[in-house]
Design a protein around this ligand. Structure first.
Ligand SMILES: Cc1cc2nc3c(=O)[nH]c(=O)nc-3n(C[C@H](O)[C@H](O)[C@H](O)COP(=O)(O)OP(=O)(O)OC[C@H]3O[C@@H](n4cnc5c(N)ncnc54)[C@H](O)[C@@H]3O)c2cc1C
Length: 190
């Protein structure tokens, strides 16, 4: 749409409705959850939805969604609790209430200027999406290239694409402190 004129397509006006974008995302997530719940049911595996904690060797207590508790024991217990984003101890960062990928996916406004800390695939995915929605985007990474675990030609290719899209890249850089204005309700850093 933004490059329409280049292709001879005239678009007088268009705007992004982030609430609608978010609603669609929520529908996609809930559809995906339904599919997986269905697979679980069909497989015969018992799925217990609740929060588990060990209360003894190989024994867990689960707080179920209705608040009641249930105990389970297994000869073998596999812990697969995943990870959560952590905030580096950069002065001022926590106070700035930055978004992690969780909150960023719940935005119903397009940030005026989004600063993305970290040029890994999650940060890059969000950067590209937000840039295309119309946000100014700057990516800061401590390494001298994007996706530094990938082959160098991948990083080079991405750099070219990001330059073309007008995404600002600040590489080989470490954050010392966050000195921006803290505006509750309008976080702009992820
Ligand atoms: C924005 C984003 C985009 C991504 N895109 C891709 C992609 O395109 N392709 C790809 O392959 N990967 C992608 N990933 C990575 C992928 O999502 C993760 O690698 C994967 O989800 C890890 O699976 P997991 O089961 O280890 O952990 P999780 O998916 O985090 O699952 C852990 C689960 O354990 C639950 N849990 C935690 N503690 C307890 C407890 N005490 N009791 C009960 N339950 C508990 C949590 O609620 C959660 O449901 C993406 C990640 C992010 C953040």
């Amino acid at each position: 749409m933004r490059r329409g004129r280049e292709f001879g397509i005239t678009i007088d006006e268009f705007r992004i409705d982030m609430s609608a974008v978010r609603d669609r995302k929520r529908r996609m997530v809930s559809h995906s959850v339904d599919i997986h719940l269905d697979i679980f049911k069909k497989s015969g595996v018992e799925l217990i939805l609740g929060s588990g904690r060990f209360i003894g060797p190989r024994t867990l207590e689960i707080t179920l969604q209705d608040g009641t508790a249930r105990r389970v024991r297994g000869d073998k217990v596999i812990i697969s609790t995943g990870t959560r984003a952590t905030l580096e101890a950069i002065p001022g960062l926590a106070e700035a209430q930055p978004l992690t990928h969780v909150e960023a996916l719940e935005l119903d406004v397009i940030p005026e200027h989004l600063i993305v800390i970290g040029g890994g695939y999650v940060g890059l995915e969000l950067s590209q999406a937000m840039r295309r929605f119309g946000s100014k985007v700057s990516v800061i990474d401590r390494n001298n290239r994007l996706l530094h675990r990938e082959d160098e030609d991948v990083s080079e290719g991405l750099r070219g694409l990001f330059d073309d899209e007008g995404i600002d890249l600040v590489l080989n850089a470490r954050l010392k402190k966050y000195i921006g204005e803290v505006r509750p309700g309008s976080p702009s850093v992820i």
